[in-house]
Structures are given as structure tokens and as C-alpha cells.
Design a protein around this ligand. Structure first.
Ligand SMILES: O=C(N[C@@H](O)C(=O)O)c1ccccc1
Length: 331
């Protein structure tokens, strides 16, 4: 039902023990059909200044793939480990999403590929892109950042990527259908609709047939019509600052996002945002109680307004919950 916006608040669930997990760089979060939390992390690999050459070719292939399980499934209430998969598959994990059938969809910025994995079997069910080969045609990505699968049509959307500026739509079985988007010429000119400077995270909103994109370095969210790619609107607030890293939709009409650390001298703090999807207005902001956001990199929210944020520098996952329940609890 409708949220009465003015009294909606979330705060860290400080009893959640998931903050003590020993993880690598946390790059992606998703919720599976049972609302379990699924974490995509980099084990002992890191993305740093030496990871790529000037042509975006991964330089640390000699390390081999990450030997740890990179996909961790946790009970969302007590952070108990339920399952872990994804060893010896990835080099630099980035985005993670889960389709209505429970399949995992993952991007790897070193491999420049998109993977579809069954929740338990080891062999990928589908791989898009050519291993270790960056490119910008129909068969190559360049550091693809996220995937979203339309639960109604099965269409696959890929945000491509750090070194491309486009969204590509594939058919349910992985055939290239169409793409939209272009780079933002100069950092001086205002970015126009449909221009991207790192399309970094996707939120698919089936109820409104929209795909929203975190246009990271333009510090904004852009929303497009599913299937056509037609620009619908931009959501941008001064409090986002320069960088908007991730966006996620929760059934019931709320949009969640996390921004980047402020540049030296800039005022806008790093934080999470809760927005009313229809109006785009911010109805709440949130930061951790324990530790601090360093580079919040993904955010995911469930229908009951439980929110998780993963941080690639803090290597941490926080849980946030709406205080309405807590008020009932305290009564
Ligand atoms: O953005 C960067 N990384 C994050 O998004 C991430 O996904 O780790 C990055 C930029 C320059 C050098 C190294 C890393």
C-alpha cells in the first residue's frame, strides 16, 4: 500500500551480525526469490590503478580467477551462511542481479562479460561478451557494470559500462536486440538525456515498465521506457553531489540510491537516499551507525523496506530497516 512519505524513516539494524563478515571488495548485492541476501565480492582480488591498461585490457590475468566463492547467500535476518558458489569463475566481479526464477546474473569488468548462473549448478547457463576482450560492438562489452532481467518479457538489459556509454537489450536467450545511449562529450557541457558517464547500476521497475540507470559521473538517475529505450525522465538532487553509484527499486513505489564520497571541499556527504518513485522526491536519507560508508557500491531493497548497502572500499554490507516497525517494537 501507499507509504505515508512524511513518516517513513530507515536506520541501520545494528543487531545484524553481517557487518563482521570477512569479505573482499563488495561490488554487488541482490535478493533472491526467498528474499535471502546474495553478495557478490572479489575475494582476494582488488580493482586498483594497476588493474587495466589504457585500452581497458585487464593486466592481472596471471593471478588466475578468484579461488574463493564470490557469490555468498545469507539469511537476511541473522546473516547465517546459506550457500556459496562462484569460485574459479571471475576475475573482477561487478554487478549482480537475480531473476524471478532465481538465476544469478553477474558482470565481470576484467572479463568484459555477463554471466547467467543457475543458483546451484556450476556451469554458466549463458555467457555474453568475449573473455578479456573489451569492445563496443554487438558481441563485446567494455567493463559492463550491471544486468537487469524483465520478469514479464525475459528481456535482458546490460549497462555497458565504464568504457562504453550504452544500455543494450538482449532477447531472453541472449540475442542482441537493440541499444541506446552515448557518451557525454565534455565535462563542461551539461549532459543531455540519453547521455551517460558510466552507466553504473540498473533498477528495473516492472509496475511502470521502466528501466532506471545510475548515471554515475553525471550524478543522476535516468529512467527509460522498457523495450523502446525512450527517455522518460531524470532524477537529480543537489544532495547527490557529483556521483550517484547505485539505484534500486522496492515493490510498493520506493526508489533507493547511494552516492559517492564528496570531492575535496564539496559539501554533499556520502549517504543513502529513499525516494518516492512517482515524484522523484527524496523522503529520507540514511548512513550507518557502525563504521562509515567509504564507497557504497550497490543497494538493494525488499518489499518490507529492508535495505542492504554493499561497500567496495569498506568491504562491508550494512542492513537498514524502517523505524515504523521499530516504533511498534518499542511500544
Ligand atoms: O571506480 C573504480 N572502482 C569501483 O567502481 C569498483 O567497482 O571497484 C575505480 C576507478 C579507478 C581505479 C580503480 C577503481
Amino acid at each position: 500500500g501507499e507509504i505515508l512519505d512524511q513518516d517513513f524513516h530507515i536506520e541501520e539494524a545494528v543487531e545484524w551480525p553481517g557487518l563482521d563478515l570477512k569479505l573482499g571488495q563488495v561490488s554487488g548485492l541482490a535478493l533472491d526469490p526467498e528474499n535471502n541476501l546474495v553478495i557478490f565480492h572479489r575475494g582476494d582480488h582488488v580493482w586498483d590503478e594497476n588493474s587495466f591498461d589504457s585500452k581497458f585490457v585487464y593486466q592481472q590475468r596471471g593471478l588466475g580467477p578468484i579461488e574463493q566463492n564470490t557469490i555468498i547467500v545469507l539469511n537476511p535476518s541473522n546473516a547465517k551462511l546459506l550457500n556459496s558458489v562462484g569460485k574459479s569463475l571471475f576475475y573482477l566481479p561487478h554487478g549482480l542481479s537475480i531473476d524471478k526464477n532465481g538465476n544469478y546474473w553477474a558482470t565481470d569488468v576484467a572479463l568484459h562479460q555477463v554471466f547467467k548462473l543457475g543458483a546451484n549448478n556450476k556451469e554458466p547457463l549463458l555467457i555474453l561478451g568475449v573473455a578479456l576482450q573489451p569492445g563496443s560492438d554487438k558481441n563485446h562489452f567494455c567493463q559492463p557494470t550491471d544486468v537487469a532481467v524483465d520478469p514479464i518479457t525475459g528481456s535482458i538489459y546490460v549497462s555497458d559500462g565504464y568504457c562504453n556509454s550504452r544500455i543494450i537489450q538482449f532477447s531472453p536467450n541472449g540475442l542482441y536486440m537493440m541499444q541506446w545511449g552515448e557518451g557525454t562529450e565534455t565535462s563542461l557541457g551539461r549532459a543531455r538525456p540519453g547521455q551517460f558517464r558510466i552507466p553504473h547500476s540498473l533498477a528495473l521497475i516492472p509496475d511502470f515498465s521502466q528501466l532506471c540507470v545510475a548515471d554515475r559521473e553525471n550524478g543522476r538517475i535516468q529512467c527509460f521506457r522498457l523495450e523502446t529505450g525512450e527517455f522518460i525522465r531524470e532524477i537529480k538532487h543537489k544532495s547527490f553531489g557529483r556521483e550517484l553509484f547505485a539505484v534500486s527499486y522496492a515493490p510498493g513505489g520506493l526508489l533507493f540510491a547511494v552516492n559517492g564520497m564528496p570531492y575535496p571541499g564539496e559539501a554533499e556527504p556520502v549517504q543513502g537516499f529513499v525516494m518516492n518513485f512517482s515524484t522523484g522526491e527524496i523522503i529520507d536519507t540514511f548512513i550507518p551507525v557502525r563504521k562509515s560508508f567509504e564507497m557504497p557500491h550497490d543497494v538493494v531493497a525488499s518489499a518490507d523496506k529492508t535495505v542492504f548497502v554493499g561497500d567496495v572500499h569498506a568491504r562491508a554490507v550494512w542492513k537498514f530497516a524502517s523505524t515504523e516497525k521499530m516504533e511498534h517494537r518499542s511500544v
